[in-house]
Write a protein that binds this ligand. Structure first.
Ligand code: ARE
Ligand code: CA
Length: 580
């Protein structure tokens, strides 16, 4: 047995409370190395009297990656505490015990030493990572407000350009989109079937994207005002649509009064400690690229001198930001915050942030923008989820770029799922594109069948899907700023076939929301050579042909959605989703 690959860590995604009464215990072992895994588990205070270690529980084989196999067991405990260790039987016939103090040969003496057991000292409900049902039932829609719809020309910024969905925007262009425009098109969103909107920043700022906040307590005047925002939230809520705002707390805009005060008063500014300043007076060298300067004497977002980084270790800054978070929840009843550059802000602050939000609204959703492994933010006391780029990267890599193999995609997906608690996976924000990436149709080189296949695959994954505005009409665009074109509202610019497809897919997702959220992801067939995948998610079955040849499948009566399927033949780029 390859004992070097065996891994477990108590009170982590390997051992956690799933419900109030049940915990999940996971174990990692080397791929194809172990025939059987058993858990020896019982109450820590009854070790001697009950000899529970003589009745092992068999663990289930869960998922496989290119390196590891993962086992899992759901277990409850009468007295809400548990001691446990693992007994592994290798394919080579060897048997070992894996304990809190390492690997031992399977001899009874070790069973009897209490400190050899891993421990779940108590089932603390308050520490449990909670997954609100409403999130499981949500299909999100992301809006970049400057480009969604212009509902009020009286607030248009100076130099506004004509609304033109076929034009590639420049970095500094304005087209006049606003909140009234969103209100005007809520019927569209409702017809499409989404029930959550994620708004990119709407607070007062100078750029078109508004990530350079000048004033967090005002709606940008070119987007509207508080009254209109209130109306928007109410309209959304009355249609069952949740509202998520973007919180840019890593940095501020350099036109903010706080930063302006630092420019004016230097070291003596009362805001001098609000930012991460390395040297006074603050300065940077202006370059041709407005966004870039690598010699600023203060820390910034990336190399953007116009976005000075906040010092969130300063209690005054913490209170300032927490009051902002509170204000928009309390006064406007928003349902969620999306946290910009969440990975570059300290954990101490996010823990306070979480507590404040929880206190104000039950089941509040906190979505961190993190593009890499996020375990330390997802323990239950910081975020509810992260933007799941790491997961969808693998899907896009296989179905669209074709630069990874099918086996690799499955391996990455499985290893992503094993990075987080099961209930965390149910919350993850699955996106195929956003305001920070090229449009999925452009990545697919305008091949709509590939987009449909990729979307179908993504919408039946664990987690919640988010549609980027305009994808329902086949909007294209490469990297930012091209991915932020004006929404096509003229019928001649709208792809009605894609709209119908996306609408159906959202309907399937919503009709089966709890099922798709809570059931296991079962890979029935992964045929690397032919590019064929068969998946099971609760009541749903799905079949994908990502290979080059047409393939046969066993046709069922209850087909919910398909593309490129004739009778029982699935063409390349085709798929079927059916009810079992
Ligand atoms: C501008 C240019 C970009 C350039 C950037 C950095 O347009 O081409 O890369 O500057 O110099 C906002 C605007 C952007 C603007 C930026 C600066 O929307 O248009 O970009 O301000 O003025 C990383 C961060 C991630 C961040 C992205 C952009 O980890 O947090 O970069 N995303 C958020 C928002 C953005 C927003 C900001 C941050 C700033 O969602 O819209 O930008 O408030 C890899 C890495 C990621 C990296 C990602 C994208 O995959 O893993 O870490 O994200 O690429 O570059
Ligand atoms: Ca306008």
């Amino acid at each position: 047995m390859n004992t070097g690959a065996i891994y477990h860590r108590p009170e982590s995604e390997f051992g956690y409370l799933y419900t109030k009464e049940t915990m999940h215990i996971r174990l990692q072992v080397a791929k194809n190395d172990v025939a059987k895994v058993e858990l020896l588990a019982g109450d820590p205070y009854l070790l001697d009297t009950e000899r529970w270690f003589e009745q092992p529980y068999e663990m289930d084989f869960k998922l496989q990656t290119e390196l590891f196999d993962y086992y899992n067991i759901e277990i409850s405990a009468k007295y809400k505490r548990l001691s446990y260790m693992f007994k592994l039987t290798g394919f080579d016939g060897s048997i070992v015990l894996y304990t809190d103090q390492g690997i031992f040969p399977a001899e009874e003496t070790y069973y009897l030493m209490p400190n050899n057991y891993f421990r779940m000292p108590y089932f603390h409900e308050i520490d449990r990572f909670k997954a609100p049902d409403w999130v499981k039932q949500t299909v999100w829609y992301q809006i970049f407000p400057e480009r969604f719809a212009n509902g009020d020309q009286s607030n248009d910024p100076e130099g506004v350009k004509d609304w033109n969905p076929n034009e590639v925007p420049d970095r500094q262009d304005f087209y006049g989109g606003d909140l009234q425009g969103v209100i005007d098109h809520l019927d569209h969103l409702q017809d499409l079937g989404i029930n959550g909107i994620y708004f990119c920043p709407i607070f007062k700022a100078n750029s078109n994207h508004k990530y350079d906040t000048e004033d967090y307590l005002h709606i940008d005047p070119s987007f509207g005002d508080k009254e209109i925002f209130k109306k928007l939230v109410n309209e959304c809520h009355s249609r069952g649509i949740k509202v998520m705002l973007d919180a840019v707390f890593n940095h501020m805009g350099d036109t903010s009064p706080q930063w302006q005060d630092v420019l004016k008063n230097g070291k003596n500014s009362r805001y001098a400690d609000w930012f991460q300043i390395n040297e006074f007076p603050v300065s940077y060298t202006e370059t041709n690229d407005f966004e870039f300067s690598n010699d600023a004497t203060y820390d910034t977002f990336a190399f953007t001198p116009h976005m000075p980084k906040l010092n969130t270790a300063n209690p005054e800054v913490q209170d300032f930001l927490l009051n902002i978070a509170e204000y928009w929840i309390k006064e406007f009843d928003i349902d969620a915050w999306r946290l910009d550059v969440a990975n570059e802000v300290d954990h101490h602050f996010w823990k306070r942030f979480r507590r404040r939000c929880d206190r104000l609204k039950k089941d509040f959703y906190i979505l961190g923008e993190i593009w890499h492994s996020s375990q330390s933010w997802l323990q239950g006391d910081e975020f509810t989820a992260v933007m799941n780029y790491s997961y969808t990267d693998a899907i896009i890599g296989y179905f669209v770029h074709k630069n990874i193999t099918l086996d690799k995609m499955v391996s990455v997906i499985n290893s992503q799922l094993m990075k987080y608690r099961r209930q965390t996976n149910q919350m993850m924000f699955n996106i195929l594109d956003s305001h920070d990436t090229p449009r999925i149709l452009t990545v697919a080189q305008d091949d709509k069948d590939i987009v449909k296949q990729t979307m179908a695959f993504t919408y039946i994954q664990p987690g919640v899907p988010c549609l980027y505005y305009g994808d329902e009409y086949s909007v294209t665009g490469s990297m930012d700023p091209d991915c932020r074109r004006c929404m096509p509202w003229g019928i001649e610019d709208q792809d009605q076939d894609m709209y119908a497809f996306v609408k159906n897919l959202i309907k399937i997702r919503r009709d089966n929301d709890m099922e798709l959220s809570e059931s296991d992801l079962i890979w029935e067939l992964v045929d690397q050579e032919n590019g064929v995948i068969e998946l099971q998610r609760g009541n749903l079955k799905a079949f994908f042909n990502a290979g080059a040849k047409a393939v046969e499948f066993n046709k069922d009566k209850n087909i919910l959605l398909s593309n490129l399927v004739n009778e029982n033949i699935v063409e390349p780029k085709g798929f079927v989703i059916e009810l079992k």
